[in-house]
Design a protein around this ligand. Structure first.
Ligand code: GDP
Ligand code: MG
Length: 724
């Protein structure tokens, strides 16, 4: 039997619980991608329920369907062009009035819509009682209560959605928003023209099209030109006339009048359906906010949270990291034992495992970091952080809202750069995009953990925290500078929204971490594997090298010399001598390796670039590692893993010991970390900058500027460190 198929879209305000409900419905059966042509995330899941095949789509969160932001355009286009069988509007029941704006715009479209009154628990605890039957009757839309994070009512919601999709019943015209007389006249007037010009397959609701024309909706105007061709001229002209007439009448742009009237309609509905109990429970969120966004306490608490986040990442992450390291060491030595000596063994042990292995051990740290960021986001603290940073952000002429992309940058700069598109002004967007790469992303963390762990053992957490703070500081200075010289403009005025605090849902946190883990592992199998192999090839070849010393002969000599002495020594002395023999041979092997590396292709590249890095205390191996970091910053560590790898040393702390023996000083290590913090954003981030700013000018500026700043800062750190 053929199963029925339905396309169900989830719409709603940001933070209304769309993704929570989406996750609940689709579980692991979801595909994450982008909407065509833009970089807004698109989540789709295919499930089978009640004997139907359902395609569920999580639309971007929006407050409205006016085409002002990319999210709104994407959501509206989907509904207009893809004709979902039913749209579920997820409404934050604790914030009904605000949510109904979007709800009403959906009703004005010709789509089947049902309402999920989500956050029913919050609404109740705040003392709101919503009469859902009345709401459903007034608006002609089925209504279901849900509590997304507990999975309540979701089954029911889906059932109602399917029934509604099948029912073939539209919202009665009489239930739609009625505008005031003059506007309704203008709508009817335009509608007549539309009816006259459009054929039977005209894709949009005609009343709605008339409303959009009165609002001067540029996208709809363009579509009409495409659909109606020549015929659109007269229609658009008529719309323009009506607009000017209304503007004269109301002394206001028609779109503002329409918006006002919609709000009036909504206020009326809210009065009808919501009763507030007199003894309202104390609003927990407001009390928490008294402390967390307090003028004096707020900032120290914020700094404490961030500091705690890095402590957790580093201290707690150290345990699973040690298990990973031990596992990899065990695997590597096991493999070394069974494989015959030769190129293959060399390739696997010193290329693949030394490279990929040295980065993969950081998976737990990175997951913990993302866990903390997701926690900030899901509890609602992120918005408070942005609120707190508002004053500081105004120093650089940006709004606190710009801080959210910056904070997200701690996870990964690429989505953070994309997050900047929620800012209204283009200059603000570009400025935010340019300073975001100074926020230290999780890919840089492995570099810090290796270097800080090696050279600042006990204080590693604090050193790392200071690096992050330095990043923020440089970002702010840069913002100030660019604001003054390149992107001068007005401060944007905008009211910050503070969503209520919520207990985060474990499922959503886990899904978030799992997504990150997948991305990280993909990167391991891709860029980092390829990078490690290339680095290994460059460091292992050419094979026949002109050594300054004949190491083989020297090793033979040493062996012979000690063996003879041992033969004629007392037992105690013999043991000591055998120890010395092992030591000397090891020393010779290492010298040969160092010389080999220096004379390899990679060494030659290193010699070319190392003069640049000499003043900041970084040797040729570090220089090469930094160079390769452009691909992805984790590659810095995998390159070090390959370059400093000591043959035959498969102990888990091999890289750390090798670094300590390499002559690197703490000052140089710090300089290198600062350099990694500040220099070129990785390839993916540069690409994102180009895409978001729409020109090559900004990514090029970013690459040049960040690298110059990085070098100067590292120079200052290293030279300053010489005085201690
Ligand atoms: P989206 O922006 O619409 O995708 O919203 P999310 O699905 O990310 O949800 C935002 C937050 O609200 C998350 O922390 C959820 O755990 C929480 N949440 C979702 N539904 C409910 C609900 O019914 N009640 C409560 N108290 N919290 C919810
Ligand atoms: Mg979401």
């Amino acid at each position: 039997m053929n199963k029925r198929r339905f396309k169900i879209a989830l719409a709603g305000n940001p933070n209304s619980g769309k993704t929570t409900i989406f996750n609940h419905l689709t579980g692991t059966r979801q595909k994450v991608g982008n909407w065509p042509g833009v970089t807004v995330e698109k989540k789709v899941g295919d499930i089978e329920k009640f004997g139907s095949l359902l395609k569920i789509i999580d639309l971007p969160g929006t407050y409205s369907l006016t085409p002002f932001s990319i999210e709104e355009i994407v959501a509206r286009d989907f509904i207009l062009e893809e004709n979902p069988d039913v749209v579920i509007d997820i409404i934050d029941a604790s914030n009904l009035e605000r949510s109904l704006y979007l709800a009403n715009q959906l009703r004005e479209l010709d789509c089947k819509v049902i309402f999920a009154l989500n956050m029913a628990d919050l609404a109740r605890s705040r003392g709101y009682k919503i009469d859902k039957e009345r709401l459903s009757e007034l608006l002609g839309v089925p209504v279901v209560f849900t509590v997304g994070n507990k999975g309540q009512g979701i089954e029911d919601l889906l059932k109602v959605a399917i029934e509604h999709a099948e029912s073939g019943q539209d919202i009665p015209e009489t239930r739609k928003v009625r505008y005031s007389k003059d506007i309704e006249h203008a709508i009817s007037d335009l509608r007549l023209v539309i009816e006259e010009k459009s054929g039977p397959e005209f894709p949009y609701n005609r009343r709605w099209t008339a409303v959009k024309l009165l609002e001067d909706d540029s996208i709809i105007k363009k579509r009409l030109e495409q659909i109606l061709g020549h015929d659109s001229r007269e229609l658009l002209e008529r719309a323009q006339q009506l607009r000017s007439r209304l503007a004269e009448l109301f002394k206001e742009e028609p779109e503002i009048v329409l918006t006002d009237e919609r709000y009036g309609f909504i206020a009326g509905i809210v009065k009808e359906v919501v009763t507030t109990s007199t003894r309202r429970r104390i609003d927990v969120s407001r009390n928490v906010d008294l402390v967390l966004t307090n003028r004096f306490l707020g900032f120290p608490i914020f700094i404490f949270f961030i500091w705690a986040m890095f402590q957790v990442t580093f201290t707690l992450g150290a345990y699973p990291m040690a298990w990973f390291e031990a596992g990899i060491a065990w695997f590597s030595s096991g493999l070394g034992a069974v494989l015959p000596a030769g190129v293959l063994r060399d390739f696997l042990l010193n290329g693949v495992i030394a490279g990929v292995g040295s980065v993969i051990v950081f998976l737990p740290n990175i997951l913990l970091l993302f866990f903390c960021i997701a926690l900030f986001e899901d509890t609602g603290y992120m918005a408070r952080a942005a609120f707190l940073m508002d004053r500081i952000m105004h120093l650089i002429g940006l709004h606190g809202k710009s801080f959210i992309p910056m904070l997200m940058g701690f996870g990964c700069n690429v989505p953070a750069i994309m997050a900047a598109r929620t800012l209204e002004s283009r200059k603000d967007r570009i400025l935010t995009v340019l300073i975001t790469p100074f926020m230290s992303c999780s890919a840089r963390l492995p570099v810090y953990i290796v270097l800080a762990g090696t050279f600042f053992a006990a204080n590693a957490g604090t050193v790392i925290f200071m690096l992050y703070v330095t990043g923020i500081f440089v970002a702010i200075l840069t913002g100030r500078l660019f604001r003054s010289f390149l992107l001068s403009g007005e401060d944007a005025h905008f009211v910050m929204e503070l969503p209520p605090y919520r207990i985060p849902m474990v499922k959503s946190l886990v899904i978030h971490m799992w997504d990150r883990a997948k991305m990280f592992l993909k990167k391991m199998g891709g860029v980092i594997l390829v990078g490690s192999v290339v680095i290994w090839v460059l460091s292992a070849y050419p094979k026949n090298i002109d050594y300054s010393v004949d190491y083989d002969a020297r090793i033979d000599q040493a062996r012979q010399y000690y063996t003879e002495k041992i033969a004629s020594a007392t037992p105690g002395k013999a043991e000591e001598l055998s120890e010395m023999r092992a030591q000397e041979i090891k020393e010779l092997v290492r010298s040969r390796q160092v010389e080999h590396a220096e004379k390899s292709y990679l060494g030659r590249i290193g010699r070319v670039v190392s003069p640049v890095f000499e003043p900041v205390g970084i040797d040729w191996r570090g220089s090469v590692a930094l160079l390769t970091g452009f691909v992805a910053k984790e590659v810095v560590v995998s390159t070090m893993g390959v370059l400093y790898a000591v043959e035959g040393d498969t102990e888990s702390d091999a890289l750390r010991r090798a670094l300590r023996n390499s002559g690197m000083t703490p000052a140089a290590a710090l300089a290198m970390m600062v350099f990694v913090l500040l220099y070129i954003p990785c390839l993916a981030a540069v690409t994102a900058i180009a895409r978001e700013t729409g020109s090559m000018k900004w990514p090029l500026l970013s690459v040049g500027y960040t690298t110059a700043v990085a070098w100067l800062a590292a120079f200052a750190v290293y030279q300053g460190g010489q005085f201690f």
